[in-house]
Ligand binder design. Structure first.
Ligand code: HEM
Length: 528
């Protein structure tokens, strides 16, 4: 058989040579194709086809460290600048970790809506774990039954509109307290962020366990608590080597873990004391029907009687208290501070808000929370400040639970995904004069922050959307309306307004706003 095949082949060979030049050209072509086919076949054998799509593009990094050395601490602006070069999705190599940065509405939608279940997880940083008893709170618990249980407990019992309605008296009391304090400081500069922080903290702690900070303690403790929460949110946003090289965690080279441990312990001591006192009182009044009706009481009851499949432990109780204190205070207080600063910088906006308040509330009355639904212009101020200074500029980073594809790029399981909502809110292709503070852009109420529009989503979107939106909205509107209605505001002599930001997981003013209140209501007794 081989002889027959050889003969056929050599016959064809001589025929080619004998049929002249054209045949010789054909021969060379055939040889070329043959060699090419063999090489291609060999290549296929050596290199298996790569079915995985590539990672998104990104800046070249150095061996071992990747792009870590180039990171700027002001991550939101740094990420925005890189997006100009690498586009709306890019990769950063952060030591052993892959970071993915998303900066367009279409891709934010793909991550937070189309593939929400996959991305509803967190890559828990060492600082987050240290602050929340090992990540046992709502913010850091992975998506699943435990997270659902924690979120349901908080939203239903504390943060829903119905629960909030039932404790309006607490908010009113705390806000009146704050206004009275400011009245006492008339003519002297006050730290607006600090006072608003204390106001929100008091509302939250009184909703949780009935405790507040008043009188003499107010100034001192306000500053202390604000500093502790501020440092915690700064550590949560800071790039930490222990997150990028898990093997280095035990060395804690930047001291992030140690610092966070110290800060968290300060709150833990308060929580322990309060829980201990409550358990003692509960023992004393058991069965008399005189038990407290606050959030802590509900949690302690749930701990004893809750679902056996997903139990609520004492550690969960403390982690939830930590979430409310850390997640609810700085976010809301910083937003109110930015709003007053932006309005003082644009007196025409401040005057418009004031006029609206004079019409709806009048100079002979203090603002009530029921008034806030009748203040549409103030509402646009809130939306605009949340556009320009979203409290969480990169949301809380998300993390896919499995390797997946976004925009034809591979996003590996466990990557840290930053959605740069700050950059989307300042994108000139979406917003006219994006850097200008202009509440009127929200006049047609086209935009809301329910998480359905990926051009504007200051509270996030999807399963992990902020759990405290209703509370933030009420506290912001009620506090800002009261500040503007009750006082005229001016800067200390020789000071100028600074509107720059400082990055942390929660954005804050680089320079705190110090402003002087001058009472403006008709009757001093209103401030009592
Ligand atoms: C102006 C005020 C606030 C803003 C702008 C804000 C914004 C956000 C954002 C962007 C997220 C992350 C969403 C994501 O990961 O995709 C978040 C999460 C969260 N927020 Fe807020 N927030 C505010 C106030 C509050 C308040 C007052 C509370 C509670 C008292 C609160 C509780 C939470 C919690 C528990 C989470 C974690 C949700 C989860 O992972 O399931 N926030 N918030």
């Amino acid at each position: 058989m081989y002889t027959k095949l050889f003969n056929t082949f050599s016959d064809a060979w001589s025929l080619w040579w004998q049929t002249g030049k054209i045949t010789q050209d054909g021969f060379i072509f055939t040889i070329f194709i043959g060699v090419f086919a063999v090489l291609w076949f060999l290549l296929l054998l050596v290199k298996k086809p790569n079915k995985n799509p590539p990672l998104p593009p990104g800046p070249k990094g150095l061996p071992l460290v990747g792009n870590l050395l180039a990171l700027d601490p002001e991550l939101h602006t740094y990420f925005q600048n890189l997006a100009q070069t690498y586009g709306p999705i890019y990769t950063l190599k952060l030591g052993k970790k892959i970071g993915i940065v998303i900066s367009s509405p279409a891709l934010a939608k793909e991550v937070l809506k189309d593939q929400d279940t996959t991305f509803a997880n967190r890559d828990v940083p060492v600082a987050g774990r240290e602050a929340t008893y090992g990540g046992l709170d709502i913010v850091w618990t992975p998506y699943g039954p435990e997270w659902r249980m924690l979120r349901k407990v908080c939203v239903r019992e504390m943060l829903s509109n119905n629960s909030l309605e039932s404790v309006y008296a607490l908010r009113r009391r705390e806000l009146r307290q704050a206004i009275k304090y400011l009245y006492g400081r008339a003519g002297s500069p006050v730290d607006i962020g600090e006072q608003m922080f204390l106001g929100v903290l008091n509302v939250i702690t009184s909703m949780m366990w009935g405790g507040t900070v008043t009188g003499e303690e107010r100034a001192g403790l306000g500053a202390e608590f604000k500093q502790v929460v501020g440092e915690m949110t700064e550590l949560l946003g800071m790039p930490n080597l222990s997150d990028f090289y898990p093997g280095l965690e035990r060395f804690d080279l930047q001291g992030v873990k140690k610092k966070m441990k110290g800060l968290a312990q300060r709150f833990d001591k308060i929580f322990e004391t309060i829980i201990e006192q409550r358990l003692k009182i509960n023992g004393e009044v058991a069965g008399s029907g005189e038990e407290s009706k606050d959030f802590l009481q509900f949690l302690l009851q749930l701990k004893d009687e809750g679902d056996a499949k997903t139990p609520l432990t004492m550690t969960h109780v403390k982690a939830l208290l930590m979430d409310m204190v850390v997640g609810g205070t700085d976010t809301t207080a910083n937003t109110i501070e930015f709003a007053l600063a932006e309005m003082m910088n644009k007196p025409e906006v401040l005057n418009k808000v004031r006029q609206e308040l004079e019409t709806v509330v009048g100079k002979d009355n203090m603002v009530e929370e029921t008034d806030i639904n009748k203040l549409p212009y103030l509402y646009t101020v809130m939306k605009e400040v949340l556009r320009l200074h979203p409290a969480l500029p990169l949301l809380v980073p998300h993390c896919p639970s499995t390797t997946c594809t976004v925009a034809r790029y591979m996003i590996p399981k466990g990557a840290r995904v930053f959605v740069n909502v700050w950059a989307i809110h300042r994108d000139p292709s979406i917003w006219e004069n994006p850097l200008e503070f202009c509440p009127e852009r929200f006049s047609d109420s086209k935009w809301d922050y329910s998480g359905n529009d990926f051009k504007y989503f200051p509270f996030g979107s999807g399963r992990r959307i902020c759990a405290g939106t209703a509370m933030a909205e009420r506290m912001f509107m009620y506090s800002l309306a009261s500040l503007v209605h009750s006082f005229n505001w001016s800067l200390p002599a020789g000071e100028s307004l600074d509107l720059s930001e400082k990055f942390g997981i929660v954005l804050k003013k680089k320079i705190p706003l110090l402003a002087i209140p001058t009472p403006r209501l008709s009757n001093p007794s209103l401030y009592e």
